[in-house]
Design a protein around this ligand. Structure first.
Ligand code: UDP
Ligand code: MN
Length: 436
């Protein structure tokens, strides 16, 4: 189902760096109440770019439309009002468009005072994700058996929405292949693969389709201004796109889990998180200095957190260390994840109004590691000197290098890179001897 659309979410962004002065949750609650007053439940959401914040000039204009109507006979004021309206629309659209493009206030995502999300108006009017692009989708589970049981036996289980941000680099395809082979053992799972690139990767479309797991392939590039930031908000645009996808489909049944493409997942993780009522948490192995990050549990309750990097975070946990019930999440229309490296988990969990007594410890009361923050060594894609005249159907090498190039692993060149060493009987042979 190849399709292409860009759809900004009708939803403001929430973020605040100042815990004391601006309580995100309280602010959200207020906005939520206002929103409920404005829009009856079930009513269609308004178009984001035309939606006015109650205190915005546009809201004022809307309120004054009756005044305009009341002066129908007077042409001059009507014309004036019309011009005023057009000017204001133009101005408001300009601001929103700038914000939606991530240009609202600079791109220094690593800097507290310069992450483009301090202005309350910006927070309220910025869409959750500005460039969500649906590449392909397979809703049918084509697997006949999972863990030696026929698929029908799993029908009653809630679906796990496994969100994987990924980005083009040499290691991308092997990472996703390895992850897919874990997920193939998991019943009732929808894999949301959100690629950090401008267009759709057709090779990935095909690959995902072949696995037979229900999936959605999104293209959701990081806004260019954030890409320059050091550190850059890695995997945020894609996770935001996945949140938007869930929201657009009104999916309120199931479990959300953020599973990076390079982590290692124990199959028990999936049965553990599937029972999540609100938010479940568990330790993640290989995190930072302690080799672990996770909740401290006493008498079956989460009472604190163990993590070597606090930075004032209320929820100092790793992205892979929690799961969220979608029905619970649906109560929080301002769910968000800011472009703020290191604070994504904390701010996301705040945006869904998490309370300590709501957290469900998993993994035998957080004594087991069900997920590892493994990291793959990154290397540049290779360039090999291999004459293009030989990369035809006479040998396998043409097709092999075409495939490696598509996967971003290696490419053949007539002029660059070390000469390809081709050998026979332990001796290097001339390319022409073997390939012509
Ligand atoms: N990622 C991304 N765009 C980037 C860098 C990373 O989408 O520019 C994804 C990556 O594929 C992974 C997640 O974001 O799923 C976290 O990135 P990474 O594993 O590099 O970070 P780390 O685990 O080391 O914090
Ligand atoms: Mn990683």
């Amino acid at each position: 189902m190849p399709s292409a659309y860009y759809a900004p979410l009708d939803q403001p962004q929430t973020s605040s760096d100042d815990d004391e002065e601006e309580d995100i949750e309280r602010h959200q609650q207020q906005q939520q109440n206002k929103r409920h007053q404005r829009r009856p439940k079930g009513a269609a959401p308004s178009i984001p770019f035309l939606k006015a914040h109650p205190h915005s000039p546009m809201a004022h204009l809307r309120g004054s439309s009756g005044v305009v109507g009341g002066r129908r006979r007077c042409l001059l004021p009507l014309l004036g009002a019309l011009l005023f309206l057009i000017a204001f629309c133009y101005f408001t659209l300009g601001v929103d468009t700038r914000l939606a493009l991530g240009l609202g206030g600079g791109g220094g995502a690593s800097d507290d005072s310069d992450d483009g999300m301090h202005s309350l108006d910006g927070i309220l009017s910025r869409a959750l994700n500005e460039t969500l692009h649906l590449c392909s989708e397979g809703l049918l589970d084509r697997r006949l058996y999972v863990q030696d049981k026929p698929m029908e036996q799993y029908g009653h289980l809630p679906i796990i929405y496994f969100v994987t941000p990924t980005y083009p680099r040499r290691e991308q395809i092997p990472e996703l292949t390895r992850l897919a082979h874990t997920l193939l053992h998991v019943p009732r799972l929808h894999w949301l693969v959100a690629n950090d690139q401008e267009g759709c990767n057709m090779f990935m479309d095909m690959m995902l389709k072949k696995f037979g797991i229900p999936y959605t392939h999104l293209a959701s590039p990081m806004p260019s201004n954030f890409r320059k930031a050091k550190p850059a908000p890695r995997g945020v645009a894609n996770r935001r796109a996945a949140l938007q996808w869930l929201r657009q489909r009104n999916l309120t049944n199931g479990i959300l889990y953020f599973g990076d493409d390079d982590n290692t997942y124990d199959l028990r993780l999936f049965s553990e998180i599937r029972q999540t009522q609100r938010v479940s948490m568990f330790p993640v192995g290989f995190i930072a200095d302690y080799g672990v990050s996770g909740p401290v549990v006493r008498k079956g309750k989460v009472v604190a957190f163990l993590d070597s990097w606090l930075a004032g975070r209320r929820w100092p946990v790793d992205m892979a260390g929690f799961a969220v019930n979608l029905e619970y999440m649906a109560q929080f229309p301002y769910v968000n994840m800011p472009y703020k490296p290191g604070f994504e988990e904390d701010r996301f969990l705040r945006s869904i109004g998490l309370r300590l007594d709501h957290i469900e410890p998993r993994g035998n009361n957080c004594t087991e590691i069900l997920v590892w923050h493994t990291q793959t060594k990154n290397k540049k894609a290779a360039v090999v000197r291999l004459e293009s005249e030989y990369l035809d159907g006479r040998s396998n090498l043409g097709a092999l290098f075409r495939s490696l190039k598509i996967m971003g692993v290696a490419s053949a060149s007539d002029t660059e890179g070390p000469k390809a060493l081709i050998s026979k009987n332990g001796k290097a042979a001339a390319h022409s001897t073997i390939l012509s």
